[in-house]
Design a protein around this ligand. Structure first.
Ligand code: COA
Ligand code: AMP
Length: 631
């Protein structure tokens, strides 16, 4: 069947479509139906089923005779090690860690925060939680203690599972002191911390609270898989919104299993047994869905890569790992490949590697620039597929379903909506706009299975953030248009979220940190275009009257403050002191105009601007930082 037929089939009978997809999951109690819409506009899927995620990701493959198949290939150029974990070994490890958690009183519905580097044990920790019905919340290692503390207070975990350190190319990042500091800051105190000690940087254990990963598992009974109801939260993943308070995206168990499994063949075109590699981090949604869950649910081999695209040891590292493991499909953020292209523009590092197993390369997480797509396409001679999705959805909203048919690629477009998603472009008043017109991208409710049913502990915020702007639609926060062939183009965010090296960050959150500096009266952070990272944050600081300390000193303190309170991942390295910020007469900061000036794009003087002369000062400041060129 063609994409058009499958999409039309879903439109005609969504219930039938998802019940058919649900047959690929091993249920303890099969769902009686797919959609539960009695609380619309809040929806649930497969709510009356009972099922276990770890069973579907691990145990059922062992039971079917695939225990010897590699589940995880670990490649760690930063430590110079690699290893294989078979499905049978993974089952044992998940059961043992699940047992250790149970022995410490962690059960169904309890939260467990996971703070781990890219090691196989990160996946074991996630799956062990799923096995016993605990709800994990993975926190990315590049966040500072204060960010971890916010998540501890919101998720109120009974236990934490952490690695003692992460390894960046230029330094060891000791996680354990960050964890200790976060627990110190947080009002909520976890009862147990299970620490995976790494020889590169072991941590000190706090007696009575902390226990070593291996010691915790000694003598405990292996945990069986505990079935949970279809709407049970599989995990919470915090993502950036418009303020410093992150949003706890809830992932529902049954829909997650059904939808992710469906994507492996249809969106990514891989069969069970093949090797699938998402070069991301378990701290992000791509890592949750496509390093951990989807490949394992679908019985693929997944790769856990602890390294960077360049410098670990060189720009050939991706190709080397692909050849070694005969990777069939590869997925990463465009920024990672821009880094490779910048280091090796002629793709000299590619020659000599046999990449005949690689059929498709997928990009997501930020806009895929045509230059990078063309460079990849020319050098790899395989389809380079952009696709658009969000933490909230957990999988593709708009893509090119190579497992169904590979549609012609239009540069700049992630292609077409996937079954489950009725994507519309809306005007400010919520009217669907004609083809070709730019507007807010929204998805007609209900969202498909596996997408967020709510925000953790924040249903009102969920409704306000996503469901209240356009009646009957989910607001994506992205703006774009749909062309005459139905191809969707993603142009910009409509909120304060910026995308730095494929990492989603809140400029509002950074502004809150800057505003906390004693000398800062007012501030703004914008995302300025960057050749490598897509966007980078730039801060504008207005100082309190009478402050006579050197601007450089205050800027340096502000940079340190963001690194300390949000984390190195914010990549906040540039700020300038200005007299005033450009505002509308009603006091709204004109961030959009500042971004256009920074990027050297044409812009119009906003009719509502309070004092146009301020923009000259902003332009000079941006030029001083190397922005605001001629475009
Ligand atoms: N733990 C601790 N620190 C981390 C970290 C982690 N897990 N990940 C990143 N950091 C630090 C980096 O060391 C860097 O610190 P520095 O300011 O001291 O140099 C800082 O956070 C910024 O990191 P990043 O933006 O990643 O920049 P980079 O220069 O280290 O690497 C790329 C640039 C493009 C190579 C890298 O961002 C990359 O591979 N991106 C892929 C994006 C990705 O996987 N996105 C997920 C969605 S698909
Ligand atoms: P995250 O939740 O971190 O996955 O970030 C989601 C956001 O990243 C989206 O709302 C978009 O703004 C952006 N994004 C993700 N994929 C794409 C893509 N293929 N093209 C353009 N922007 C994208």
């Amino acid at each position: 069947m063609s994409y058009a037929e499958i999409y039309a089939g879903w439109q005609a009978d969504p219930e039938g479509f998802w019940m058919e997809a649900a047959k690929a999951i091993d249920w303890d109690t099969a769902p009686s139906r797919a959609l539960f819409d009695q609380d619309a506009p809040l929806y649930e899927w497969f709510k009356d089923a009972r099922v276990n995620t770890c069973y579907n990701a691990v145990d059922r493959h062992v039971a079917a005779g695939h225990g010897a198949q590699a589940a995880i290939q670990y490649e760690s150029p930063v430590t110079g090690t690699s290893s294989t974990t078979t499905y049978a070994e993974l089952q044992e490890q998940c059961a043992a860690l699940g047992g250790a958690l149970q022995a410490r009183g962690v059960g169904v519905g309890d939260r467990v925060v996971i703070y781990m580097p890219m090691v196989p044990e990160a996946l074991v920790a996630m799956l062990a939680c799923a096995r016993i019905g605990a709800i994990h919340s993975v926190v990315f290692g590049g966040f500072a203690a204060a960010e971890l503390a916010v998540r501890l207070d919101d998720a109120t975990p009974k236990a934490v599972i952490a690695g003692s350190c992460g390894i960046e190319p230029n330094r060891i990042v000791p996680y354990k002191p960050l964890l200790d500091e976060a627990i110190e800051i947080a009002a909520h105190k976890p009862e147990t911390c299970i620490i995976f000690q790494r020889e590169q940087g072991p941590g000190d254990l706090v007696p009575g609270r902390d226990v070593d990963w291996h010691a915790a598992q000694e003598g405990v009974a292996p945990a069986p898989c505990v079935p949970v109801s279809g709407d049970h939260p599989a995990y919470i993943l915090y993502t950036s919104g418009t303020t410093g308070q992150p949003k706890g995206v809830v992932r529902p168990t049954a829909g997650h299993l059904v939808a992710l499994n469906w994507t492996m063949k249809n969106v990514y075109g891989v069969d069970p047994g093949e090797v699938f590699w998402a070069a991301s981090d378990v701290g992000w949604v791509v890592g949750h869905s496509y390093i951990c869950y989807a490949p394992l649910i679908h019985r693929n081999t997944t790769i856990v890569f602890e390294g960077k695209p360049v410098g670990t040891p060189d720009a050939g590292t991706f190709w080397r790992v692909m050849e070694k493991h005969k990777v069939a499909a590869f997925f990463t953020a465009p920024t990672a490949l821009r880094a490779v292209k910048r280091e090796d523009p002629k793709a000299a590092m590619l020659s000599g590697f046999d990449l005949s197993s690689l059929r498709t390369l997928f990009l997501a997480g930020e806009r895929a620039d045509p230059d990078t797509i063309e460079w990849l396409s020319d050098n790899l001679q395989i389809p380079i597929i952009d696709h658009w999705w969000q933490t909230e959805t957990g999988y593709t909203i708009v893509g090119n379903p190579v497992g169904i048919e590979t549609l012609p690629v239009k540069l700049g477009s992630p292609t077409v909506p996937m079954p489950g998603y009725d994507v519309q472009v809306l005007s400010e008043d919520g009217t669907p706009l004609p083809r070709g017109e730019l507007g807010a991208l929204a998805v007609k409710l209900p969202l498909p299975p596996g997408t967020l049913p709510t925000l953790w502990n924040a249903e009102e915020r969920f409704v306000k953030s996503y469901l209240s702007t356009f009646d009957g639609y989910y607001e994506t926060g992205d703006a774009g248009y749909i062309d005459e062939d139905g191809y969707v183009f993603i142009m910009a965010r409509t909120d304060d979220v910026i995308n730095v090296a494929g990492h989603r960050l809140s400029t509002g959150g950074m502004e809150e940190v800057l505003a906390g500096h004693a000398d800062v009266a007012e501030c703004a952070v914008i995302g300025a275009g960057d050749d490598l990272k897509g966007q980078v944050p730039v801060g504008f600081l207005c100082l309190n009257a009478g402050t006579n300390r050197p601007a450089d000193e205050i800027v340096a303190e502000c940079v340190a403050r963001v690194r300390d309170q949000i984390g190195p991942v914010a990549a906040f390295k540039q700020a300038v002191v200005v007299d005033r910020l450009p505002k509308t007469r009603s006091g709204k900061i004109l961030r959009g105009t500042m971004v256009a000036i920074a990027d050297g794009k044409p812009w119009k003087m906003p009719a509502t601007i309070d004092d146009p002369a301020i923009l000259d000062e902003i332009t000079v400041a941006l030029k001083g930082l190397g922005y605001a060129g001629d475009g």
